[in-house]
Design a protein around this ligand. Structure first.
Ligand SMILES: Cc1cc2nc3c(=O)[nH]c(=O)nc-3n(C[C@H](O)[C@H](O)[C@H](O)COP(=O)(O)O)c2cc1C
Length: 269
């Protein structure tokens, strides 16, 4: 089956699909768009999604599976307020979110941007309190080793270790009832960036379903560094690596105010 199917009766030959193709593999021919390099298609579905006449189909992103867009979903003011309201949640209720809730949260991450539309994110969800404690302990051990090795984060890690070990404050995992590890294929060089995008989606969507999140920076750094004692605690499938970690649970408190941020710095050139 060819990559593209063009309904020539519907095709306006407007060229919008050609303009929008991220891989620049389409040109406009006499009978509509033509693809010059099928293997260059990143399956993003834009050519089909943007066609004003519904004249185009793509075997990787079939027209019949594309949902119509209903815009605008939010006014600009509501969207601005919504984005401003997102907060990192570090204090959680004891109750553990259900598999359904966590799945619903991670499902939206499928729509986050990924380099070259690589997608392919794989998640491991840890809900065992003792395992989460063991993970935090392993991260503290990793920090000890990093400090001993003279890492550039030495002073910062020492501050973290003082809180964790001397004051008994869980600055690493925040006693979150859930940790989510994002994994990507080992050869995927953009896995970490992709995970960051997925977390942005998760963090924004979470409050709409009663959940709270915070990126677990210490844990994910340790995982990305490939610290074996941490990796041994999670069952990573072959040929995969850790590219991100998120803490998750029901927020214990509600934020009443939105702090101001640094001023926008922008230079139009
Ligand atoms: C890459 C990254 C790593 C982070 N790691 C942690 C972390 O380990 N622990 C934590 O409490 N917050 C972590 N955060 C959350 C930031 O501290 C937080 O986003 C920032 O203070 C702003 O607050 P807000 O998210 O509530 O707006 C991380 C955020 C990012 C983007």
């Amino acid at each position: 089956m060819d990559l593209l199917q063009v309904d020539q009766e519907k095709c306006l030959k407007c060229g919008i699909c050609v303009e929008c193709c991220p891989s620049c593999i389409l040109t406009m021919g006499e009978n509509g768009p033509e693809c010059h390099f099928d293997r260059g298609c990143m399956s993003c579905g834009h050519c089909v999604a943007v066609c004003p006449a519904g004249a185009l189909d793509n075997k990787y992103t079939p027209l019949e599976k594309q949902r119509p867009v209903t815009m605008p979903v939010l006014s600009a003011d509501t969207a601005y307020e919504f984005l401003r309201m997102r907060r990192s949640v570090r204090v959680f209720k004891d109750a553990v979110p259900s598999e359904e809730e966590i799945t619903r949260l991670l499902d939206i991450c499928r729509y986050a941007p990924t380099a070259g539309n690589s997608q392919g994110m794989y998640y491991i969800v840890i809900r065992d309190k003792e395992k989460i404690k063991a993970i935090a302990d392993a991260v503290a051990d990793w920090m000890d080793e990093e400090v001993a090795a003279g890492t550039e984060n030495k002073r910062y890690f020492m501050t973290v270790l003082r809180a964790y070990r001397e004051r008994g404050q869980d600055i690493i995992a925040r006693q979150a009832p859930v940790l989510v590890f994002a994994l990507a294929r080992r050869l995927n060089v953009t896995g970490v960036s992709n995970a960051e995008q997925c977390w942005a989606y998760a963090e924004l969507f979470a409050p709409t379903i009663g959940l709270g999140t915070t990126i677990a920076g210490f844990i994910q750094s340790c995982g990305i560094a490939g610290y074996q004692p941490l990796l041994d605690l999670i069952n990573i499938p072959p040929k995969h690596k850790v590219v991100g970690t998120l803490m998750l649970g029901y927020p214990k408190y509600k934020f009443k105010r939105m702090p101001e941020r640094q001023h926008l710095k922008v230079d139009f050139q």
